[in-house]
Design a protein around this ligand. Structure first.
Ligand SMILES: Cc1cc2nc3c(=O)[nH]c(=O)nc-3n(C[C@H](O)[C@H](O)[C@H](O)COP(=O)(O)O)c2cc1C
Length: 167
């Protein structure tokens, strides 16, 4: 499927609602709720079975997804601010919580994600941070953006998890 061309149209996340999706262990969508379908602009049949990066926005630094996958594949949860791309090229921001799902033998059988509206005042900081990380990635690669993020966390004396929930 060809990627939509991003435009500057923001779709505002409705208050008091959540976007839910489930994936298999590879990140292919196995379930999405009504709001997910509505916000993405795709039909449910188009979404199911597609890799979750169908929503990937080019403004997102890769390091965020690297951290996401590292965390969830090792059995931990991950919280992140994510800018998503819709079918018509619009975007919407979310605050996402992604968790692994386990079978009775504690083996990861898929992932589960709940997203809510991202607080506008917090997003100002995140937008600026992502812009810096993206520029570093473009010029120097992902190891450099990882170091940059680590330096910011070290300065604040916070882990990523503490940082993301701290402001
Ligand atoms: C449960 C779950 C939910 C995800 N939600 C999103 C999302 O909303 N937007 C997004 O761009 N990537 C999401 N991802 C990450 C994608 O799988 C993918 O790593 C990301 O879009 C970057 O694409 P890439 O890995 O092909 O570079 C999610 C992954 C999982 C497991």
């Amino acid at each position: 499927m060809s990627k939509p061309t991003p435009n500057n149209n923001e779709i505002v996340f409705p208050e008091n609602n959540i976007i839910v999706s489930k994936t298999d262990t590879k990140g292919k969508i196995t379930y999405c709720n009504e709001l997910f379908i509505q916000m993405s602009g795709y039909e449910e049949e188009k979404l199911l079975g597609q890799p979750h990066n169908i929503l990937r926005h080019p403004d997102m630094p890769r390091i965020v997804f690297k951290l996401l996958w590292e965390n969830i594949q090792s059995g931990n949860e991950m919280n992140a601010y994510i800018k998503n791309l819709t079918k018509d090229g619009s975007y919407y921001w979310v605050f996402a919580n992604v968790t692994p799902s386990f079978d009775k033998d504690n083996k990861i059988i898929g992932y589960f994600s709940v997203r809510r509206k991202a607080d506008a005042s917090k997003l100002e900081f995140i937008k600026n941070l992502y812009k810096q990380l993206l520029a570093t990635e473009k010029n120097q690669g992902m190891e450099a953006s990882m170091k940059q993020l680590q330096n910011i966390l070290n300065e604040k004396e916070l882990s990523y998890e503490e940082f993301i929930l701290s402001f």
